[in-house]
Ligand binder design. Sequence first.
Ligand code: OGA
Ligand code: MN
Length: 205
Amino acid sequence: MFANATMNSRIAKNLYHQGWAMQADYFDPLLIGQLAAEATQLYQTNLMTRASIGRGDLLHQNLSIRRDFIHWLNHDSKSQQQYQSLMETLRQSLNESLYLGLFEFEAHYAVFEAGAFYKKHLDSFRGNANRIVSVVVYLNADWPDAGGGELLIYAADGSGVELQRIRPKAGTLVVFLSEEMPHEVNVTHHQRASIAGWFKLNVHR
Ligand code: OGA
Ligand code: MN
C-alpha cells in the first residue's frame, strides 16, 4: 500500500520528534513514472528555468550555491493533480496531529544535471517567509549506489552534525521543517529528477 494514514501519522510523529521524516515507497511507481516522464519532457523542451537563490544576486553567485533547473507545478496534468491530492491529504494529516496551520502548497519539478548540486541551506528563514514544511519526492527509478546526488540532512542546532543521508530513489518522500533543518544536495553523477514542495502558512510573518 502506498501513501496511507499509517505512513502519514508516522511522518507527523517523526517530524515532531526529530524535525524530519523519510518514507520509502510513498508513491505508486506508476504515478512516479508519469511524473518522471513529464519532468523529462519539460526539461528536454527547454521549459525549465535555472533555479535562483533569490535576493537579486548575480548568476555566478547563484551557480556556486545551486545548479538545478525547475518548473512550477500548475495542476495541468492528471499526474500533477494526483500528486497534489496526495499532498493535500498529508497537509490535513499534519494539521490534525501537529496543529501546524498549514494552509497553502507550492511545488516545482527540479532537474539536476550530472555535476549539479545544492549547497547547505535552509528553505525558509524564521520571521521572513512562510514556508513551514518541505517535502521532496524523487523520480529516478533504479538510482545506482554510486550515483551521488544524496540529500544530506544536518542537525538543527547548527553543529554541522549529519543526521541522515538519503539516496534519491524513486517514490521516496522526505519531509522536514523548512526553517529548522539545514540540508544539502551532494554533487550528482547522473541526471536527477525530483519534485520539491512547501506547505505554507497563509500569513506573511
Ligand atoms: C530544494 C532542496 C532537496 C533535494 O529544492 O530546496 O533542498 O533532495 N531539494 O532535491
Ligand atoms: Mn532545500
